[in-house]
Design a protein around this ligand. Sequence first.
Ligand SMILES: NC(=O)c1ccc[n+]([C@@H]2O[C@H](COP(=O)([O-])OP(=O)(O)OC[C@H]3O[C@@H](n4cnc5c(N)ncnc54)[C@H](OP(=O)(O)O)[C@@H]3O)[C@@H](O)[C@H]2O)c1
Length: 282
Amino acid sequence: MKSVQINGVQLPAVGIGTWNIGDDPAKLNDEVNAIRAGIDRGARVIDTAEMYGNGKAERVAREAINGYQRDNLFIIDKVLPTNASAKQLEHSLDRSLDNVGTDYFDLYLLHWRGPVPLAETINEMEKMVAKGKIKSWGVSNFDVSDLQEMWSLPSGDHCVANQDLYNLDERGIEYDLLPMMADHRLPLIAYSPLAQGDTISGKLTDNQLLKELAANHQATIYQVMLAWTIRNGNVLTIPKSSSVDHAIANWEAGEIEFTNDELKILAKEFPKPSSKQPLATI
Ligand SMILES: NC(=O)c1ccc[n+]([C@@H]2O[C@H](COP(=O)([O-])OP(=O)(O)OC[C@H]3O[C@@H](n4cnc5c(N)ncnc54)[C@H](OP(=O)(O)O)[C@@H]3O)[C@@H](O)[C@H]2O)c1
């Protein structure tokens, strides 16, 4: 299993996303069981946010992690930009901690940039670290200029990760953002690594070449997509699934290794950008 280091903690590179869960009580058992299937196999990272179902996803995560050893998990939560202020951030954090049923998050992210000055958000993040409510902080949906601005601010270099959209069909960040993050040893957390079940462009699951490559690995196209996001290290990938079978498949995708030839074939079919692209977001 590939691994990635975040804030000095070595973690399996396949984690668990939680967007779009908790909305339908009839699906609760499946959602909880899928998260547990991942943890039972060895997954440690759970990614959630106050935004997801307005706390509902956090509460599903709470149920899923009940009974597991807290210090074996690495829980990521996110504050909404409008709440990332001196006045609001700690209230949001306390509510999220309460929803998830824990007294600290391993990593707390600014979900995306908003109206609050970045310096103010960083200052609050630092205060929460000092209080022990979070172990570290990071950002999400940040592009090159955002990171440069962040690094110019006091304590901006304490940021431990940037979470951005990244999948085989969305390689824009490889042009300049990923190389810059690599220079700064800032890990990427790849969100929507399965292109939301290939519902974004719809180009992946019917692709003949991907079908053949998956068959060679006795894997599914989704497993190939996931393994591709973590092929180079320094990336944590966080697929969401409400199905036990999919959750197990996602975990097992962390074992897939591509040959150089396979990576070249994939790069030809899904080229990386040759110019600056607007940051892809969902
Ligand atoms: N920071 C941000 O702004 C941001 C934005 C978006 C997402 N995120 C985070 O990233 C996580 C993942 O992204 P996402 O939820 O947008 O999409 P995703 O993980 O790319 O795709 C999820 C979809 O893929 C399906 N799926 C999962 N595993 C599968 C498998 N092995 N085979 C076939 N289908 C599979 C799921 O269906 P089933 O449930 O039926 O398996 C679901 O429909 C989120 O849950 C969230 O934690 C962060």
